[in-house]
Design a protein around this ligand. Structure first.
Ligand code: NAD
Length: 317
């Protein structure tokens, strides 16, 4: 077996390959020609955020599995994989807690204006605390979670810990699942009208691009704090800028951007009511270790099993 690891991962997962005498190598140059050259004879790929297009995949003559170090797979041409019987794995049990904690951090930071307090004290203006704008509590506020999958569920538990009322919009899960988690199912626009907080946990696809756009910002409460740690483009960035600039909502937190990395002159950077992070919600040390182990295990388990099945003359479809 020969495995390519696209992007740096925590070394703990690579021990799985080393301990089983499997050859693995890291690729950090994602230029198309280099990828075509390096990937032509690998059976497995562990991939972080680089793009795997159908053109590159069509040159991977021995490929059996692509294993995402993460859960989103919009950087991989999954239609090509399906058509060509190549497996796709994700680290489904690894990163929900890390992302849910990141959302809570953004909620609290933006609710309490921590950045302004910090600047005030450091600039020697301790006594001017009454100049700071009002800040608030999460207690008894309404939070709307968009998408009740792995991360949405973990977030709901943490919001309950703060005595928030948790509403969920996810038409693809059973209402009982939402109710059994002490949350309230609600329609999208009804949720938009009552929410004090919104957190986005949807996959990015044709149905969710611009899921929140200009028209929705007219429905929101003025005190809304909205956080997107899912994928850039689910909230339309121009509409978000317009809403923040014109105080249609209180503030926003973004871990993800329509273009990554964002342009250094991105208009959102000039606003005070936004908090940004560099797509690192899932990159706590604990989570990096879990994702490294799970993504490598997925490759190892799949390939060992498919070898066994091949030996017994099974055909995997
Ligand atoms: N910032 C980061 O570092 C980071 C880390 C992990 C995951 N993510 C992103 O977070 C998102 C959620 O991850 P997850 O593990 O919870 O995924 P998941 O698949 O477990 O959950 C997604 C949920 O969204 C729901 N959904 C899909 N389309 C919907 C729609 N149109 N309307 C309402 N609900 C819809 C699904 O029913 C599902 O319950 C993904 O986009 C993933 O890429 C980001």
């Amino acid at each position: 077996m020969k495995i390519a690891v696209m992007g740096k991962i925590h070394p703990v997962g690579l021990k799985i390959f080393n301990n089983n005498n499997i050859k693995s190598f890291e690729i950090d140059n994602f230029n198309e020609d280099n990828l075509i050259d390096k990937l032509s004879d690998v059976e497995g790929i562990v991939i972080r955020t680089a793009n795997l297009t159908s053109k590159i995949l069509s040159e991977c003559k021995k490929l059996k599995i692509v294993s995402r170090h993460g859960v989103g797979f919009d950087n991989v041409d999954s239609k090509y994989l399906s058509k060509n019987n190549i497996a796709l794995a994700i680290t489904g049990t690894s990163n929900a807690v890390s992302v849910a904690e990141h959302v809570m951090t953004m909620f609290m930071y933006l609710t309490k204006n921590i950045h302004l307090s910090n600047n005030l004290v450091k600039s020697g203006n301790f006594k001017k605390k009454s100049d700071l704008p009002n800040f608030f509590e999460l207690y008894k506020k309404k939070v709307l979670i968009l998408g009740f999958g792995r991360i949405g569920k973990e977030l709901s538990k943490r919001c309950h810990g703060f005595d928030m009322d948790v509403y969920v919009y996810d038409p693809f899960v059973k209402k009982e699942l939402i109710l059994n988690n002490n949350c309230i199912p609600i329609d999208k626009n009804d949720g938009f009208k009552i929410a004090d907080y919104i957190s986005v946990h949807l996959p990015l696809n044709d149905g969710t691009k611009n899921f929140i756009n200009y028209e929705h910002f007219n429905l929101f409460k003025k005190n809304l704090i909205i956080v997107n740690t899912a994928r850039g483009g689910i909230i339309n960035e121009e509409a978000l800028y317009d809403a923040l600039k014109n105080n249609k909502i209180k503030s926003a937190g973004l871990d993800v951007f329509e273009e990554e990395p964002p342009n250094e002159n991105h208009p959102l950077f000039n606003l005070n009511n936004i908090l940004l992070s560099p797509h690192n919600a899932a990159l706590t040390l604990e989570c990096r270790k879990r994702m490294s182990i799970e993504s490598c295990e997925n490759v190892y388990n799949f390939l060992s099993q498919s070898d066994m099945l091949n030996e017994s003359n099974f055909i995997i479809k």
